[in-house]
Write a protein that binds this ligand. Sequence first.
Ligand SMILES: Cc1cc2nc3c(=O)[nH]c(=O)nc-3n(C[C@H](O)[C@H](O)[C@H](O)COP(=O)(O)OP(=O)(O)OC[C@H]3O[C@@H](n4cnc5c(N)ncnc54)[C@H](O)[C@@H]3O)c2cc1C
Length: 388
Amino acid sequence: MDAARLKQSWSQVAAYGDQVPLYFYSTLFLAYPEVRQMFPANMAGQRDRLVSALGHIVSHVDQVDGLVGFLQDLGADHRKFAVRAEHYPAVGEALLATLRHFLGEAWTEELEQDWTAAYGLVSQVMIDAAQAAEAVNPPWWVAEILGHERRSFDLAVLTVRPQYLLPFTPGQSIGVSHPAVRAWRYYSPANAPRGDGTLELHVRAAPGGAVSSRLVYGCAVGDQIHLAAPVGDRLTLRPAGSADLLLLASGTGWAPLKALVEQVAAENSRRRVDLYVGARSPGEFYDNDTIEKLAASYPWLAVTYVVGLHLQQPGEFGQVVDRALADGDWRSRHVYICGSDEMVSYSVAALTRAGYQAGQLHHEGFGKHWYGPTWRDSTAPDDSGGVR
Ligand SMILES: Cc1cc2nc3c(=O)[nH]c(=O)nc-3n(C[C@H](O)[C@H](O)[C@H](O)COP(=O)(O)OP(=O)(O)OC[C@H]3O[C@@H](n4cnc5c(N)ncnc54)[C@H](O)[C@@H]3O)c2cc1C
């Protein structure tokens, strides 16, 4: 398989933008109308997701080691859409037809063989993982809402109990869907695993958002929602780590970082943790009571609240990192950052400029439409020890 040829042909096709997923889905639904019901009624967001997913997978086809783990997660995860083994060839056919259409004369026999082989590899890993996952987890969990607290106009903290234990690691995210909305979104449990299996979710309603609005405005105690298996390791702590931590949170980005604080407490690992929590106005701090309780219980935890917009760059929520950098030199620590995409990229850029290494920065932005793979650089330091 010629990875360079695959990447190059993909970039040619991707240049056609929205036409590509349009053609792909038309081909797929025409040939296999039964798969239409697996996709949301409104396909607008879905189109972007597919193109990003395919592009990402294909452009990393030469990094098989990293790709396999991701594809296994993806295959197991896709069970929540009721995807079965027989659906994969249908998608493969539509993909090849799409490539053939947009590449025109550049579509050669060699290229067809490469794409067929690459797709065969990708789909087989996903199918095998989905089968293996059957023995471990259900495709999704039905969960009952035990608590629904509106902490502000557009933000709710939900406590939910899945019907079976849903194992996850602090810092991961889980799929969430409402039976009335045929769409899944990721939310990050705001707790370390609990004995009673309950999960806490912090949800801010995005304007016009299908799932978040339903969870904030259209749910009550006693309702049922659906949860799917956890994904991601960008914000997880390495087992038995001991490095001190700097946590930078804005908005509901506090949720996975709260889970990390609880994990550090449960592991009794003697890490020092400095937490900076940001919001645009004092009224947006929706979890102060909990934060205060944590700070009062754990002498190793120090909390700083940061309020306000960036004065020089209106719209940037940069002050969390600015304040942390003004307060001290944290270069011996691992830094975990979570919030909007803007807050995360601003923070990473500021820390990088200040001499922090990529390997000590762990971050997740909530604005992404598709959850893609990232690979740990095996040469980067992990949080099992100090950075320098
Ligand atoms: C790994 C991961 C973890 C996440 N964890 C959380 C969490 O713990 N709590 C939480 O509240 N959210 C979290 N999110 C965001 C969440 O998954 C949804 O994207 C968000 O709730 C909007 O979904 P929706 O269906 O309501 O909106 P959609 O129907 O998908 O979008 C509706 C409109 O809102 C816009 N929009 C989408 N997402 C956002 C956003 N984040 N901010 C502002 N506008 C947006 C879209 O561009 C669109 O115009 C996470 C996202 C990721 C990728």
